[in-house]
Design a protein around this ligand. Structure first.
Ligand code: 3HC
Length: 284
């Protein structure tokens, strides 16, 4: 089956980024948000992001208009019934995701592939909430989705080869470079990235260097495009904390135990770019 119609549940930064990627590459996209206002804001944000690409000469105004015309938003999950693939990108909460998979299983046609953009949670737990566990997998995009080439395709123990092949073809049609990985917390990227980010917070907390110097060191010394604190602010400190907690829960490795400063900053709602303040200030 070729995936033509994509459903996305969740209109946060990842949901809207995936919608943009898929619409740009010619897919019809139906985005479900619980509230009309968030759905409308997401569409406006996507138009702005595409307009930036037009300014940069990466896209013509006509391609921008075509991409926008391929996206519809809804508050009704039932509108996703005819989709070939549904990707959920809601809150990183296993209970909420299991509930959603159960609902999607009842709503969607029997051939629809149900995928999760989870960073760390066990995909098999979502698959087992459905009557089609062989049609469930992980499809993990990176932030910002329009710019990052990687997609991790996560294979739960009982996913079918057809499901994996169809999802891989979809990722490639979106211009992405997929890798396949087993269903283990953190998959490849976050299993390696988050001990590094967590240890950067530890280094800051122990007063070894300033956040500016740690960021400058990792950019200048390792060629990373962003330092760890700029990246934590981009990903979101709340998301980062929940990723570390899920990794710790799975492996009980102290490298994954969230550093207290990170937890305190989340409690203080210093979440990064989304709240305009995290390790850095984004008010201007
Ligand atoms: N949409 C489309 N394209 C974008 C974009 C966006 N939102 N943001 C940047 N780009 C493109 C630009 O068009 C530009 O393309 P070009 O090189 O072909 O001209 C290129 O990316 C570089 O952009 P800029 O010059 O504007 O800015 P930077 O050079 O500072 O790059 C960045 C911005 C791409 C975000 C870069 O800093 C970067 O790669 N940072 C690392 C991001 C990262 O590591 N993400 C992974 C996070 S972990 C994750 O997502 C997992 C999750 O589970 C938590």
């Amino acid at each position: 089956m070729t995936i033509k119609r994509l459903g996305i549940v969740g209109s946060g930064i990842m949901g809207s980024g995936i919608a943009e990627v898929a619409a740009r590459s010619g897919h019809e996209v139906i985005l479900r948000s619980r509230q009309q206002e968030t759905a409308d804001a997401m569409l406006a944000g996507m138009e702005k992001s595409l307009a930036k690409q037009v300014e940069r000469g990466k896209l013509t105004a006509e391609e921008q208009a075509d991409a926008v015309s391929r996206v519809t938003v809804t508050t009704d999950l039932g509108d996703l019934a005819e989709c070939d693939l549904v990707i959920e990108s809601i809150v990183e909460d296993l209970h909420a995701k299991r509930h959603l998979f159960n609902e999607l299983d009842r709503i969607c046609g029997e051939d629809t592939i149900l995928a999760t953009n989870t960073s760390t949670l066990p995909v098999i737990e979502m698959a087992m909430e459905t009557g089609r566990p062989e049609r469930v997998c992980g499809l993990h995009f990176f932030n910002p989705a329009p710019a990052m080439p990687l997609v991790e395709i996560v294979r739960p123990l009982i996913a079918s080869d057809d499901t994996m092949a169809e999802v891989r073809a979809f990722a490639e049609a979106c211009g992405k470079s997929p890798v396949e990985v087993k269903d283990r917390a953190g998959f490849i990227v976050n299993a390696l990235l988050f001990p590094y980010l967590n240890n950067a917070v530890r280094l800051l907390e122990s007063g070894v260097a300033s956040k500016e110097d740690i960021d400058a060191a990792m950019k200048g010394g390792c060629g990373f495009p962003m330092g760890p604190f700029a990246l934590l602010d981009l990903v979101g400190l709340d998301t980062s904390l929940s990723i570390l907690e899920a990794l710790y829960e799975e492996f009980k490795d102290s490298n994954y135990a969230p550093v207290p400063l990170l937890r305190r900053m989340v409690t203080a709602e210093l979440l990064g770019r989304k709240t305009k303040r995290g390790f850095y200030d984004y008010h201007k």
